[in-house]
Design a protein around this ligand. Structure first.
Ligand code: FMN
Length: 213
């Protein structure tokens, strides 16, 4: 486990206020394009944290499928563990870690549902087998064996062998409407750059602050 004793230098490239867009969504989009150009594997993957009704946090990776003025959208099973948490508490946070670029973006915000139309359109853009899988898995529920799971998938494949797969009503999109977005750029000597955008509500202007590393 050599990595535990390594001391990487995070480089000289800086992040300063003059280079940044005034709009953190635009800035995020620019960094995502740069992460794609860098060839980062799944650059749209992020760690989503939710909080249950008894204040227990939990985290998992999901894929970003849309980013606009409206916020950051992803798709999942509404009955899953994360879906249950979101139902009770719409406050979430997200981490994009583009480590080979010495960059991370931290997002905090409130969840809203994406429209049924948008969920259905995205559902049908997925490969047939992925659509079938949405019918074959009660996400986050226990199952006895892998064979039982494969059986559920095979039965759903058979059921939809010659028909369009409808979107299950328990599957669709959530959108994170951000109230805080922080851009982090690693620098030498652990003297990193951190610039945070915050707004009181979605109707307020963004305030920008530099933070100590
Ligand atoms: C790279 C990667 C991408 C993933 N993308 C998604 C996704 O977009 N939606 C999703 O529901 N689960 C996705 N998962 C699986 C989740 O991490 C998680 O296992 C699942 O959503 C169940 O989480 P929950 O029990 O906390 O609800 C992804 C996992 C990885 C590693």
């Amino acid at each position: 486990m050599d990595s535990l004793n390594r001391h990487e230098d995070y480089g000289q490239e800086s992040l300063d206020e003059a280079q940044l867009s005034n709009d953190p969504i635009e800035q995020f989009q620019a960094w995502l394009v740069e992460a794609e150009a860098e060839g980062i594997y799944e650059p749209n993957a992020f760690v989503l944290s939710t909080v249950t009704s008894d204040n227990t946090p939990s985290s998992r990776t999901v894929l970003l499928k849309g980013v606009s003025d409206q916020g950051f959208s992803f798709f999942t099973n509404f009955g899953s563990r994360k879906g249950q948490a979101i139902k009770n508490n719409p406050n979430v946070s997200a981490v994009f870690g583009w480590y080979s670029m010495y960059r991370q973006v931290l997002i905090e915000g409130l969840i809203t549902d994406v429209s049924d139309e948008e969920s259905t359109e995205y559902f049908h853009s997925r490969p047939h087998e992925s659509q079938v899988a949405a019918w074959s898995s009660k996400q986050s529920q226990p199952i006895n064996t892998r064979a039982d799971l494969d059986k559920q998938f095979d039965e759903a494949l058979e059921r939809f062998s010659d028909s369009e797969v409808p979107r299950p009503d328990y599957w669709g999109g959530y959108r994170i409407v951000p109230t805080r977005i922080e851009f982090w750029k690693g620098r030498s000597n652990r003297m990193h750059d951190r610039i945070a955008f915050e707004r009181e509500s979605i109707d307020s202007d963004w305030q920008i602050q530099r933070l100590q590393p």
